[in-house]
Design a protein around this ligand. Structure first.
Ligand SMILES: Cc1ncc(COP(=O)(O)O)c(C=O)c1O
Ligand SMILES: [Zn+2]
Length: 439
């Protein structure tokens, strides 16, 4: 027995010794790959074990399931956005709406309905939520007795883009991405630059050359790799798509990555909490890619499933610029998707999105909620900015101002009643748009 084993061992040894160098290095390389695979599998296992309530990603169009615990972009079958799905019955046993008030004021107080596994430290810049402010004077001037402003300019990097990037960068880092790329109209780029720097990751940002100067300078000072493109955000996205494989970039384009919308959905959770779990009658949202609108709608459905709110939903209105109004046009035409808007131009750079990948989701929400879509021209946005400034003490972004401007036309068209609870989103800070103003 011992002889046969010794013989086998000797034969094995001889065959090894007869091997030439390339074969040995092939074996070593194969072992290295195996080792890396084992490491990835162990990390995935750890992620799954530590996960709280997220169960999978689901395509928003064809409902195909995808693994949430690896880096994903669009649905592999139909190239539409993926949504994170949670075990909300289990989450509701651990997180009650009353519990929220006892937690630290932070976006991460909704941890059970966010995808980052327990025990994983979020990438944070101290996002503490934003105030819901009464706009009594402006409301009075347009005949609304219950007008509110959700002032998102009070987020890190002065816009609501921080919510999406806080969650998406935390997840990208956790799932192993090292180089993050994004096409941006301005504020998303600034937010990615900040959160990537905080995470110690590379940020590669592509913006139209005529993006507001503040956003450009902000990205540079936050150490991002910035490329200015002679074109629109869609051209920036195309450039990333072309180069990302060779460069090793993870594509953080809104809704082409599943977790920015998860961060943005906290808008809906926070709003419900601030209104004591009664949703407003009407929401006005300045719509580019529509991620915040889609996220809020997702939050409302989740909160209903959690048993926190009832069936009632606000009427959702998308506000766009007359120079770039693909959603308004599609809504008015009764279309289920929005054709690319030709020659897009507006000083509200966040609204300069001629084609949105989530168009079918936005249009569906506007119709399902019995809301609508309104376009406002740039002159009106700038004029109304000063009115809001004077009456409410806020220097709002042109995108936010567009929503204030839309109130008047919606009121006179009988689409908002004077005693309804109306919430306008000021998505960013006016101070970032000095290019729009003559001194
Ligand atoms: C200030 C501001 N408002 C609104 C938008 C549009 O946001 P969304 O893509 O969620 O429609 C943007 C996007 O860049 C923005 O920067
Ligand atoms: Zn699909």
């Amino acid at each position: 027995m011992a002889d046969t084993m010794a013989g086998a061992l000797k034969r094995q040894l001889d065959s090894w010794l007869r091997m030439n160098r390339p074969q040995i290095s092939q074996i070593v390389a194969a072992w290295e790959i195996k080792k890396q695979q084992i490491c990835v599998n162990l990390r995935n296992l750890r992620t799954i074990l530590l996960s709280m309530f997220v169960t999978h990603l689901e395509c928003s169009a064809c409902h195909l399931r995808h693994d949430w615990s690896r880096l994903q972009n669009l649905c592999t079958a139909c190239q539409k956005p993926l949504f994170a799905i949670y075990d909300l019955a289990a989450a509701s046993r651990r997180l009650r709406r009353e519990t929220l008030a006892t937690r630290k004021k932070s976006l991460w107080r909704y941890r059970e309905v966010l995808p980052l596994p327990e025990g994983v430290e979020p990438v944070s810049l101290g996002e503490r939520g934003t105030p819901l402010l009464r706009a009594a004077r402006f409301g009075g001037a347009v005949g609304l007795s219950q007008l509110w402003i959700k002032d998102e300019s009070q987020n890190p990097t002065q816009s609501f883009k921080a919510r999406g990037m806080a969650v998406a960068v935390s997840m990208a880092k956790h799932l192993g991405a090292t180089k993050l790329a994004v096409p941006s109209a301005g504020n998303a780029g600034g937010a990615l630059a900040a959160y990537a720097a905080r995470a110690g990751l590379e940020a590669h940002i592509f913006m139209p050359r005529d993006t507001p100067r503040a956003n450009i300078i902000e990205c540079c000072e936050l150490g991002a790799h910035l490329t200015l493109i002679d074109g629109l955000i869609t051209d920036c996205g195309a450039e990333i798509a072309k180069r990302k494989r060779a460069e090793g970039w993870f594509d953080m384009s809104t809704l082409k990555e599943p977790y920015r919308v998860e961060g943005k959905k906290t808008l809906g959770y926070e709003l419900a909490e601030q209104l004591d779990w009664r949703l407003p009658d009407v929401i006005l949202y300045p719509t580019g890619g529509g991620t915040g609108l889609i996220g809020m709608w997702k939050a409302f459905d989740e909160m209903e499933e959690l048993g926190w709110i009832g069936k009632k939903r606000p009427r959702m209105f998308s506000v766009q610029a007359t120079g770039c109004a693909p959603i308004v046009r599609a809504f008015e035409n009764g279309d289920s998707t929005a054709a690319e808007f030709p020659g897009a131009h507006t000083c509200a750079s966040g609204l300069r999105v001629p084609k949105a990948i989530g168009d079918f989701l936005i249009l569906n929400i506007l119709r399902q909620s019995n809301g609508g879509a309104v376009a406002v021209d740039d002159e009106e946005m700038i004029r109304v900015t000063r009115k809001v400034g004077l009456s409410e003490g806020l220097f709002v972004s042109p995108e936010g101002a567009a929503c204030f401007a839309a109130l008047k036309s919606l009121g006179s068209a009988g689409k908002i009643a004077s005693d309804e609870c109306v919430v306008v989103f000021n998505t960013g800070a006016g101070i970032k748009y000095l290019d729009c103003y003559e001194t």
